[in-house]
Write a protein that binds this ligand. Structure first.
Ligand SMILES: NC(=O)c1ccc[n+]([C@@H]2O[C@H](COP(=O)([O-])OP(=O)(O)OC[C@H]3O[C@@H](n4cnc5c(N)ncnc54)[C@H](O)[C@@H]3O)[C@@H](O)[C@H]2O)c1
Length: 295
């Protein structure tokens, strides 16, 4: 059982940290039959499809334990984290996410893992979870957009990216970073229409389905590349039912520079987040829209 092919290297044995989490279970269910999968988490996955998957109750801050668990594996997908600024105190969130990211990457390097795919977040841009005084510097927001995180969760993800880039620069492992926008799960479905109509929606109407994020991580495991890459991942459209640039102009008083007008010409409701790079380099094609979630 195997079958990921990254940079000419066969990837068979895969670790998924956070594989019992909301996003992690979507990814684990998607790849469980394509590789030898082991989940590293503080809880067992609740999805019955994953009942027989190898599991270890290991803290991502326990570096020595990770080294032991990672031995013999080809790839690590690192999802485990405190996933927002609301779940835990600032120090717990910062320490878990930052120390966890370093421990995972160092343990992966020590264990001879070939590729690590790391979950960051669009919060690194500093556009959400932050004081509303910093609009997008241009639209659509792409991977080159300046980063200005000002609260602890966003900052922990920015530092996670710095750690990831540093390990890639050492040349022993390939590291890919995926920045999903706000991931929408079933309890939120009934709010989506209202969020799309909310001028001040703090995710800038950007959203993505967990199935599509799982697709991006799956593709990242097998994409042919070397070194370090960052990909922003969103649905193709925003939640908005008014054209995106109209809404943006109303929200920020003036329209930020539009660097790829063709995107909004061909799709007036396109997301404020640019997924062109993920489309071109990973073959990412978002399949689920918020309207599908209402059915
Ligand atoms: N949900 C979103 O909207 C969103 C958006 C962008 C990025 N992300 C990122 O995606 C990843 C997954 O998010 P999620 O929404 O599935 O969150 P989640 O809370 O559902 O899952 C996180 C998992 O990590 C585990 N975990 C937490 N601390 C741990 C530790 N110290 N050691 C081992 N395991 C630990 C938890 O038990 C949980 O199963 C996170 O890195 C998050 O920052 C999420």
């Amino acid at each position: 059982m195997c079958s990921f092919l990254g940079s000419g290297v066969l990837i068979k044995r895969v670790i998924c940290t956070g594989g019992a989490g909301k996003l992690g279970m979507h990814l684990a269910c998607r790849i469980v039959n394509a590789c030898d999968l082991k989940i590293v988490d503080l809880q067992r996955p609740s999805d019955p499809v994953l009942a027989d998957v190898a599991f270890t109750n290991t803290n991502i801050c326990d570096f020595e334990a990770l080294r032991t668990q990672f031995a013999g594996h080809d790839a690590v997908v690192h999802l485990a984290a405190i996933p927002n600024p609301r779940t835990a105190p600032a120090d717990v969130t910062f320490n878990t996410n930052v120390q966890g990211a370093w421990s995972v990457l160092q343990a992966a390097e020590d264990a001879g893992v070939k590729r690590v795919v790391v979950a960051s977040s669009d919060s690194v841009f500093g556009l959400s979870y932050n004081p509303p005084d910093w609009p997008p510097q241009y639209l659509p927001v792409d991977e080159a957009h300046p980063l200005r995180p000002t609260e602890f969760y966003s900052l922990s993800k920015r530092i996670t990216e710095t750690i990831a880039e540093s390990f890639a620069a050492r040349g022993k492992i390939e590291v890919m970073v995926i920045r999903p926008v706000h991931v929408v799960f079933p309890p939120e479905y009934l709010e989506l229409k209202a969020r799309g109509a909310d001028l001040q929606n703090y995710h800038f109407w950007a959203y993505v389905a967990p199935e599509d994020v799982a697709q991006a991580f799956h593709l990242a495991l097998s994409a042919p590349y070397e070194g370090y890459e960052v990909f922003t991942v969103s649905a193709a459209n925003g939640l908005n039912e008014v054209p995106t640039l109209e809404l943006a102009a109303e929200r920020w008083g003036t329209l930020p520079e539009v660097r790829k007008p063709e995107i909004y010409q061909s799709n007036p409701f396109a997301s404020v987040i640019d997924i062109s790079k993920a489309r071109a380099r990973l073959g990412y094609v978002p399949e689920i829209t918020w309207r599908d979630m209402l059915l």
